[in-house]
Design a protein around this ligand. Structure first.
Ligand SMILES: O=P(O)(O)OC[C@H]1O[C@](O)(CO)[C@@H](O)[C@@H]1O
Length: 553
């Protein structure tokens, strides 16, 4: 089906950007810096405790104007209001996407189907607070009366990545007394290793599943429950040790969880946007409710910034439109997330799900095939480790890889000159990406080393770094609950803005369903329970035979 003629690529703003793209062919950022001493200050914006230097991008003022004009022509302002006010922006599931209500301080009313969801959120936060205080205060105990020492959080995807990221990020704020463990994968090793580290008398299991239908989570939860019963032998004690966060209360009850121990999820919160809800309980157990509320406050500050800041000074909007620029006009296939902070080491994993599950789509909201690229591959890792791995490809490979460098100005762990060293590494990478090294510079360098002419001729081309590789640098004073909240919310809104431009539904994830459906047909064949009536192929059949030949189940 051809795309509708009124769509994105036919807009005059799109055409203008194509012209800018042609004009900038061969224009080097390092020359733009040399010609314009004010560039760094002009392309520097702040909001909600975060600062963005976006001067190392292939842009000029008129490119930026054209990108923002494209955003407005896609009704970004109206779509943003629709998101924040609870309109049914998830069109294929006919639901709002109200993760922002989860961090609303409670002063506004947002109504969904006649109910004020902000009030419901506040009630749930209060319940979380009571539970966390009881557990941390040792008023709630295990079946032998001993205080809880460990929480095992069982969940996958959005019911795992966000809490894990934030739990690690806020380690300096950890309260004494509770260790959190995460189990996600349907790989027996993960649950077995977690259970080896805990004591059934002092462990609380938190089953985190919006649907309470996810195979990995349910199977791991069954193993945990059986392990618990094997040790304690008393079915009654399950209600003391198992809790759930879910929108499917009957299924949690069927599993044996006391309804008193079920915390709500709502269909107006997408899994990958849910760390702000009771899905964030592992975070609250780790760092306490005061810090959890500070995390929400930081995210809310970013929501306000996103709602109110002019587009040209709006962090999520500017970052989103720069992403559009590279994906749609410079054919970038991927986008790297490079946190220079050990506490933020799981940020790339979380953003991978957030962005790729949201914008990995091929049809418009109306269901017509996209005639333009949508979400890129999101990947990355912690600096400086990546410098000794994939940065080689970023600097000298044939692909264009825009990157976000993320670094706090201050560290929680001042030791020797480490933080200055880390900061120097971060700045040297973004500068190397931008400035590169010319053939002349490579030759001069080799000459200074005392190489002879033939060596210089031979080696110089290998030492050339083309440069002109774009990057953003995001900074914050320190990694705190507030700045971590703002940072994650920034990327949520960035993802939303790009979804608006690409005209996709950023809140559904139908693409993950087929694998789940097929798995249901393959499993009985692996277990030898049936020969398989489901359509298959010779490769799948052969691999099933191979598995069965080992007799491993
Ligand atoms: O919380 P649930 O319902 O177990 O789902 C877990 C994850 O599975 C998905 O539905 C798809 O893999 C994600 O969107 C979600 O975060």
């Amino acid at each position: 089906m051809p795309a509708h003629p009124e769509v994105l690529t036919s807009k005059p703003e799109w055409q203008t950007l194509k012209e800018h793209r042609q004009r900038l062919d061969g224009v080097l950022m390092k020359d733009l810096f040399n010609q314009d001493p004010g560039r760094a200050k002009r392309y520097f914006i702040e909001g909600a405790g975060l600062s963005l230097d976006f001067s190392k991008n292939r842009i000029t003022d008129d490119v930026l104007d054209a990108l923002l004009a494209l955003a407005s022509s896609c009704n970004l302002e109206a779509r943003r209001e629709a998101l924040l006010s609870g309109k049914r922006v998830n069109v294929t599931e006919d639901r709002p996407a109200l993760h922002t209500a989860l961090r609303n301080p409670g002063t506004d009313a947002i109504t969904v189907d006649g109910e004020n969801v902000v009030a419901e959120v506040q009630r749930t936060l209060q319940r979380m607070e009571t539970l966390v205080e009881e557990v941390l205060g040792q008023h709630r105990t295990g079946y032998t009366g001993k205080p809880f020492t460990d929480v095992v959080s069982i969940g996958i995807g959005g019911s795992y990545l966000g809490p894990k990221l934030v739990g690690e990020a806020l380690q300096p704020y950890a309260q004494a007394g509770i260790r959190c463990h995460y189990v996600a994968n349907i790989d027996g090793t993960e649950i077995c290793e977690a259970l080896r580290q805990v004591n059934p008398e002092t462990t609380l299991f938190l089953i985190q599943s919006k649907s309470f239908r996810t195979q990995e989570t349910l199977e791991n939860s069954k193993v945990a429950k059986q392990w618990f019963l094997d040790h304690c032998g008393d079915e009654q004690a399950v209600s003391q040790h198992f809790m759930a966060v879910t929108a499917n209360v009957p299924a949690a009850q069927d599993f044996g969880i006391d309804p008193e121990n079920v915390f709500p999820m709502w269909d107006w919160v997408g899994g990958r946007y849910s760390l702000w809800s009771a899905i964030g309980l592992p975070i609250a157990f780790s760092v306490g409710m005061t810090n959890f509320r500070a995390l929400l406050a930081g995210a809310h500050a970013m929501d306000q910034h996103f709602r109110e800041a002019p587009l040209a000074k709006n962090l999520p909007v500017v970052m989103a439109m720069l992403g559009i620029w590279y994906t749609n006009f410079w054919a970038a296939e991927t986008h790297a997330i490079l946190p220079y902070d050990h506490y933020l080491r799981s940020l790339p994993d979380h953003l991978q799900q957030l962005d790729m599950e949201s914008n990995g789509k091929s049809v418009t909201q109306a269901g017509t095939p996209l005639a333009w690229q949508s979400g890129p591959v999101i990947w990355g890792g912690v600096g400086a480790n990546g410098q000794h791995a994939y940065h080689q490809l970023i600097h000298q490979g044939t692909r264009l890889i825009p990157a976000d460098f993320i670094i706090p100005l201050k560290t929680h762990n001042p030791v020797a000159t480490h933080h200055a060293d880390l900061f120097a590494n971060c700045l040297s990478q973004s500068r190397a990406m931008m400035a590169g090294k010319s053939l002349e510079e490579a030759r001069a360098e080799l000459k200074a080393e005392g190489r002879d002419e033939s060596e210089i001729e031979q080696l110089a081309p290998h030492k050339v770094i083309p440069g002109n590789k774009p990057s953003n640098t995001l900074t914050m004073e320190k990694v705190t609950p507030e700045t971590v909240g703002a940072l994650i919310a920034l990327y949520e809104h960035r993802t939303f803005v790009q979804g608006v431009i690409w005209d996709v539904d950023s809140f559904d994830q139908w693409g993950v369903e087929l694998g789940k459906q097929l798995g249901k047909g393959i499993l009985p064949r692996l277990l030898g329970e049936e020969d398989g009536t489901q359509a298959s192929d010779s490769s799948t059949d052969h691999l099933i035979e191979l598995f069965r030949s080992t007799g491993s189940v």
